[in-house]
Design a protein around this ligand. Structure first.
Ligand code: HEM
Length: 410
């Protein structure tokens, strides 16, 4: 008889290792209805089916979703933080989503990513060059976070003067704020005041950056955003700032965790690290395996537009569904020995970049960063030893899986 399972988002074990619970759910109740009031999908096919299905599933009405927390009279858009979140295209359905995504995709082309390669390489070399003689570092803060932060600044074209500590701190705060919606909760009154203040500051900051690029265009994404237009015309300054802050947010923490989770996995499977040192060209497939094995984004969610069958269960119109990409990535129906970390694995694609109309627009950049970070690490620090005892998983939230500390020596 199937084991009965409860899915408790606050269970501390989920932060340490969610995979045993994901396995139990997948095997016993793959379309689980949580007492918290939403569905939880864990099989690869079900997760993929929901993400690919733009007819029956989507983000739903942002304002209504927020009013569920505060009541029907809450003026959502009067708060800069919620206004910003409401305009992030990840949280929108077509046609609004289509327009902004289309313009961003035009600006974040494969060519731009390819052209970034030497600069991304230079950033990795500079960061590792600064620590190579120290004999050790705390990897998460000294490398995993700094690397994508600098890459994101480079991508947007923010000079070191523009990307001041104050701006980076505000961007970090905005990113933390966006998790609030992702985690399906509301801001506390204090958080909302702070989030509004930071958002006003960032809108003002990016407004000045765009004004400067209009006067003095450069070969950067900030300039591309100013020039991007479709049949409806250009993006407004407000939309452009939303995109810039959103891209920074989407591309920074996820990538930092990919690097941290990757180093941890390579340390837990030392034969795989040795393989990579012997053949750094494996960094490309190693990046894919890291994304599959320890996805930095555990899941995402959708709302059903109409009654829809998924994995033999009916999700009713208006119900939410949490699609656990990390659980799908370990589904034995798709991956041979899914709990084995194998940097030479080939076969089906993982789900870590999502799927369908919201498929990650930064996937190519994230892959490039993974490849360059791993190659630089094995080439510059082949004797790297990770102290597994120091690994600490982030405690806040559930959707992002990443480390807050990991010590290394060489
Ligand atoms: C390891 C790194 C990354 C992971 C695991 C990741 C994962 C994801 C996932 C799963 C989604 C879809 C979410 C959903 O369907 O609800 C997504 C969307 C998105 N990602 Fe990434 N991402 C990464 C890096 C990046 C980077 C580097 C950028 C920007 C340069 C970026 C920008 C975006 C944007 C803008 C979206 C929204 C797309 C849309 O709604 O159409 N991501 N990402």
């Amino acid at each position: 008889m199937a084991e009965s399972v409860t899915f408790d988002l606050t269970d501390p074990q989920l932060k340490l290792d969610p995979y045993p619970l994901f396995k139990t759910l997948r095997e016993n109740d793959p379309m689980h209805f949580s007492p918290l009031g939403f569905w939880v999908a864990t099989r690869y096919d079900d997760v993929r089916a929901v993400l690919m299905d733009r007819t029956n599933f989507g983000q739903g009405d942002f304002i209504q979703n927020i009013r569920l927390f505060y009541g029907p009279d809450f003026d959502v858009l009067a708060h800069s933080a919620y206004r910003w979140l409401s305009e992030i295209f990840l949280y929108q359905d077509p046609p609004r989503h289509t327009r902004v995504r289309g313009l961003v995709t035009l600006a974040l082309t494969a060519r731009r990513v390819m052209e970034m390669r030497p600069r991304v390489q230079a950033i990795a070399d500079r960061l590792l060059g600064a620590v190579v003689d120290q004999g050790g570092m705390e990897v998460i803060h000294q490398f995993a976070y700094r690397f994508p932060t600098l890459v994101m600044c480079d991508m947007l074209g923010l000079s070191p003067e523009e990307a001041s500590d104050e701006v980076l701190a505000a961007l970090n705060q905005a990113i933390a704020d966006s998790f609030v919606v992702f985690e399906m909760r509301a801001f506390s009154p204090e958080e909302l005041v702070l989030a509004n203040r930071q958002m006003d500051f960032l809108q003002d900051f990016f407004g000045k950056v765009f004004a400067a690029r209009r006067l003095d265009p450069r070969d950067d994404l900030a300039t591309d955003l100013c020039n991007a237009r479709d049949e409806h015309g250009p993006l407004t300054d407000h939309e452009m700032a939303t995109v810039a802050i959103g891209l920074f947010g989407a591309g920074f923490e996820t990538t930092a965790h990919m690097i941290g989770n990757g180093l941890l996995s390579l340390a837990r499977f030392p034969d795989q690290w040795d393989k990579l040192v012997a053949n750094p060209a494996l960094a490309v497939s190693a990046t894919e395996e890291i994304l599959r094995f320890e996805s930095s984004l555990v899941g995402t969610n959708r709302t059903a537009f109409r009654d829809t069958e998924v994995g033999g269960k009916t999700v009713r119109a208006g119900e939410r569904i949490l699609t656990l990409v990390a659980a799908g990535n370990r589904d034995p129906e798709m991956f041979d020995e899914p709990d084995r970390f194998d940097i030479e694995r080939s076969g089906p694609r993982h789900l870590s970049f999502g799927g369908g109309i919201h498929f990650c627009v930064g996937a190519e950049l994230a892959r490039l960063e993974g490849e360059i970070a791993l190659t630089a690490l094995v080439e510059r620090l082949p004797g790297l030893k990770i102290d597994l005892e120091t690994a600490q998983w982030r405690q806040e939230g559930f959707m992002f899986r990443g480390l807050t500390r990991l010590d290394a020596s060489w």
